[in-house]
Design a protein around this ligand. Structure first.
Ligand code: NI
Ligand code: MN
Length: 228
């Protein structure tokens, strides 16, 4: 069984087979964060792209916990320049088998500049193949038709942005589900700031009406379980 923890915005944690994996550890400066960066325990930190609401507290948490950082090649170089040694570079289309599961980086239609203006490479989505389930965290992206290829991997849980303005909005997230066809879906990356206000419950009703996926709406601090 895998426990899914929602920490607010696009920040999710997965507890599986005794390991804690966190995607996009954004706590400091996140008005919806359900805990402080200093209170997070993590074995693995996966970063989708360089924007500050995704790289977040990655360096500080990695220094404190010793967690392995996984991201694209450019972001890992930036992280290593901040003194982090336990880091694994990958890139889009590549998979790697870790002790906790397999990570594959996927494309994302977005930007990836680092907070200090450094080049952050191309932004990524994350396909996480754990022992009991496959999770696709789309991170920040617009809709793209190649989501159909990602869907062919067999997704148990998709995490999709619905915020509009910076990423796909609710309507395109419904279209994304038709390409991805996950068993379950959690909306993310909304209501953090006024410009990205959305009603996830209205969206969940649309998901039920128009797709075969089961929506799960989590408030920051809430959890659910998937897998066996
Ligand atoms: Ni972004
Ligand atoms: Mn973002």
């Amino acid at each position: 069984m895998t426990k899914v923890n929602y920490y607010g915005h696009g920040t999710f944690g997965f507890e599986t087979a005794g390991k804690k994996i966190v995607i996009d550890p954004f706590f400091t400066g996140n008005p919806k964060a359900s805990l402080a960066a200093d209170d997070l325990q993590a074995d693995v930190l996966i970063v989708s792209h360089g924007h500050s609401d995704h790289i977040g507290d990655c360096v500080e948490i990695a220094k404190r916990t010793g967690a392995l950082v996984v991201s694209n090649f450019e972001i890992i170089q930036w992280i290593q320049n901040q003194g982090i040694e336990n880091a694994h570079p990958m890139h889009i289309g590549g998979s790697h088998d870790f002790e906790f599961g397999t990570v594959k980086l996927t494309m994302a239609m977005h930007g990836s500049m680092m907070p200090d203006g450094a080049y952050g490479g191309n932004p990524c989505g994350i396909l996480l193949k754990l022992k009991d389930c496959t999770i696709y965290h789309a991170a920040d992206t617009g809709l793209f038709f190649d989501m159909k290829l990602i869907g062919e991997e067999g997704i148990d849980l998709a995490i999709l942005p619905i915020c509009d303005n910076f990423t796909m909005g609710p309507d395109d997230a419904i279209r994304a589900l038709q390409y991805l066809n996950p068993t379950k879906v959690i909306p993310s990356h909304y209501n953090t700031w006024p410009v990205i206000e959305q009603d996830p419950h209205v969206w969940a009703r649309e998901v039920k009406a128009k797709t075969a996926s089961a929506p799960i709406v989590l408030a920051p601090g809430e959890s659910c379980t998937i897998g066996e």
